[in-house]
Design a protein around this ligand. Structure first.
Ligand SMILES: *Cc1c(COP(=O)(O)O)cnc(C)c1O
Length: 350
């Protein structure tokens, strides 16, 4: 068993429905065609028209000046932190956020930036009081508080604009820069019912993943002020992320924005119907928002449930105590029905 709950050897076999993550989406036929036919150039020379178009498109959608394409969201977050902070500076971040938990502490390892974790509240947000308590006074004993990095959505949950504003206000008062890890930015927009510039406005920089529910094979776009782009380009080069004919990937991103984004809300609808079906089974506590569903079965049922679902060809996150299920564009209604049927057929104690 790997961290993700399955050996890679059985990853491709006997799978009817894969709910482990929205990163598992494969490029659609139309996306592959768009990748094939994209005009290309060497982006390190600034000559890839498709990359330039993707960057302009994301900047415009979020109401910001400029943007930069990165191979991954991890690198985009890291390049942003490096642009906001120097060595010995500190970023305040949620203790459940991806930057703190799931990026191998790259900001510390590679950028000499320390992370100050703040309790992540039930809604995925950070309390303004917690941010204030994490701020450090200017004293040679301490790293310099320089950046507040928030996340939205957080484990499928969305943080409201008011909540974000409260945190941003205290950060601004302390002269901190602000970054949003918006890997699932568009899922948050849909759930909050606001427009993209509204959610982006409080932040200096925002990182948006194209490779989650949007279905591109790879890539994130970091959006922010024009004045930061030269430094970001340098950071991306330092981190090994300056790519050549990356328009092949950018084309997938552009296709995703035009054709997949309008369908993203369907994942939320399917997540809600999976959650509702699970509540009726009485298998355990169920929570759901955006495209994710969490089920906490009784501890003694947990291994049996994972095994039962695997035998039925349904892959679910094997985490304990809560099992995570993520709806995405490669799970259609038939696959979802198969998953629900399998859950209903589970007999605890077997
Ligand atoms: C997936 C994800 C990232 C990183 O994206 P990669 O492209 O996999 O490096 C960053 N933050 C959050 C919240 C994510 O879900």
């Amino acid at each position: 068993m790997s961290l993700y709950g399955y050996d890679s050897a059985d990853a491709a076999t006997n799978c009817i429905c894969d709910l482990r993550s929205d990163t598992l989406t494969k490029p659609s036929v139309g996306m592959r065609q768009a990748m094939m036919s994209a005009p290309l150039g060497d982006d390190v020379y600034g000559e890839d028209p498709t990359v330039a178009r993707l960057e302009q498109e994301l900047a415009a959608r979020l109401g910001k000046e400029a943007a930069m394409f990165f191979p991954t969201g991890t690198q985009s977050n890291l390049a942003a932190v490096m642009a906001h902070c120097g060595r010995g500076d500190e970023v305040i971040v949620g203790d459940r956020y991806h930057l703190y938990c799931d990026e191998a502490a790259g900001v510390s390892v590679l950028a000499g930036v320390s992370m100050m974790p703040v309790n992540t509240a039930e809604d995925g947000g950070l309390d303004a009081d917690g941010i204030v308590a994490a701020l450090k006074v200017d004293d040679p004993h301490y790293p310099r508080s320089r950046l507040l990095s928030l996340e939205n959505s957080v484990g499928g949950r969305v943080v409201s604009s008011d909540r974000i504003k409260a945190g941003i206000d205290v950060a601004r008062k302390a002269d901190l820069a602000t970054h949003l890890d918006g890997a699932r930015f568009f899922n948050a927009i849909i759930e909050l019912g606001c427009d993209a510039p509204h959610l982006a406005a409080p932040f200096d920089t925002i990182s948006v993943c194209l490779s989650k529910g949007l279905g591109a094979p790879s890539g994130s776009v970091l959006v922010g002020p024009q004045a930061m782009m030269a430094q970001l380009k340098r950071n991306r080069k330092i981190l090994g992320g300056a790519m050549r004919q990356s328009g092949v990937l950018a084309a997938a991103g552009l296709f995703a924005l035009e054709h997949h984004l309008p369908q993203l809300a369907q994942d939320h609808v399917r997540a809600a119907s999976l959650a509702s079906a699970l509540r009726h089974t009485g298998l355990g506590d169920v929570s759901s928002q955006t495209n994710m569903v969490f089920l906490t079965p009784r501890a003694e049922d947990h291994p049996g449930l994972i095994r039962h679902m695997a035998e039925a060809g349904i892959k679910i996150g094997g985490q304990s105590p809560a099992i995570r299920m993520v709806l995405h564009r490669d799970v259609d209604d038939a696959a979802l029905d198969a998953a629900i049927t399998a859950f209903r057929a589970f007999e605890p104690g077997h």
